[in-house]
Design a protein around this ligand. Structure first.
Ligand SMILES: [Zn+2]
Length: 64
Protein backbone atom coordinates (compact mmCIF):
# COMPACT_ATOMS: atom_id res chain seq x y z
CA UNK A 1 0.00 0.00 0.00
CA UNK A 2 1.23 3.48 -0.85
CA UNK A 3 0.70 6.74 0.91
CA UNK A 4 0.82 10.28 -0.41
CA UNK A 5 0.52 13.54 1.40
CA UNK A 6 -1.52 16.07 -0.54
CA UNK A 7 0.39 19.30 -1.12
CA UNK A 8 -2.87 21.20 -1.31
CA UNK A 9 -4.72 20.17 1.85
CA UNK A 10 -1.95 18.30 3.66
CA UNK A 11 -4.00 15.18 4.28
CA UNK A 12 -2.80 11.65 3.69
CA UNK A 13 -4.37 9.39 1.11
CA UNK A 14 -3.73 5.71 0.56
CA UNK A 15 -3.80 3.49 -2.50
CA UNK A 16 -2.68 0.00 -3.40
CA UNK A 17 -1.82 1.15 -6.91
CA UNK A 18 0.88 3.77 -7.51
CA UNK A 19 0.70 3.74 -11.30
CA UNK A 20 -2.71 5.24 -11.85
CA UNK A 21 -3.64 8.90 -11.76
CA UNK A 22 -3.89 9.81 -8.12
CA UNK A 23 -6.45 12.36 -7.04
CA UNK A 24 -6.67 13.56 -3.47
CA UNK A 25 -9.91 12.14 -2.06
CA UNK A 26 -10.37 15.20 0.11
CA UNK A 27 -9.84 18.16 -2.22
CA UNK A 28 -9.67 16.40 -5.61
CA UNK A 29 -6.20 17.79 -6.28
CA UNK A 30 -4.12 15.84 -8.80
CA UNK A 31 -1.21 14.59 -6.69
CA UNK A 32 0.14 12.08 -9.21
CA UNK A 33 3.47 13.92 -9.23
CA UNK A 34 3.87 13.60 -5.48
CA UNK A 35 6.29 10.90 -4.45
CA UNK A 36 4.53 7.99 -2.84
CA UNK A 37 5.88 6.24 0.20
CA UNK A 38 5.20 2.67 1.24
CA UNK A 39 2.70 2.79 4.04
CA UNK A 40 2.97 0.16 6.70
CA UNK A 41 -0.57 -0.32 7.80
CA UNK A 42 -2.33 -2.95 9.86
CA UNK A 43 -2.74 -5.10 6.76
CA UNK A 44 1.01 -5.69 6.61
CA UNK A 45 2.26 -8.41 8.90
CA UNK A 46 5.97 -7.85 9.64
CA UNK A 47 6.36 -11.53 10.48
CA UNK A 48 5.19 -12.68 7.06
CA UNK A 49 7.95 -11.14 4.93
CA UNK A 50 9.50 -14.52 4.31
CA UNK A 51 7.18 -16.77 2.39
CA UNK A 52 6.41 -20.09 3.96
CA UNK A 53 7.41 -22.82 1.54
CA UNK A 54 5.90 -25.67 3.48
CA UNK A 55 9.04 -27.69 2.92
CA UNK A 56 11.10 -29.21 5.66
CA UNK A 57 14.75 -28.19 4.95
CA UNK A 58 16.00 -31.55 6.15
CA UNK A 59 13.59 -33.62 4.09
CA UNK A 60 14.23 -31.34 1.13
CA UNK A 61 17.80 -32.59 0.74
CA UNK A 62 18.60 -34.85 -2.14
CA UNK A 63 19.02 -38.41 -1.00
CA UNK A 64 21.63 -40.28 -3.06
ZN1 LIG B 1 -5.94 17.31 -0.83
Amino acid sequence: MFKKTCFSCGRNSYSSNNTIKWLCPYCNQDISSVGAVVAEGPLVNPDSKEPFTGKDPIKNKDVV
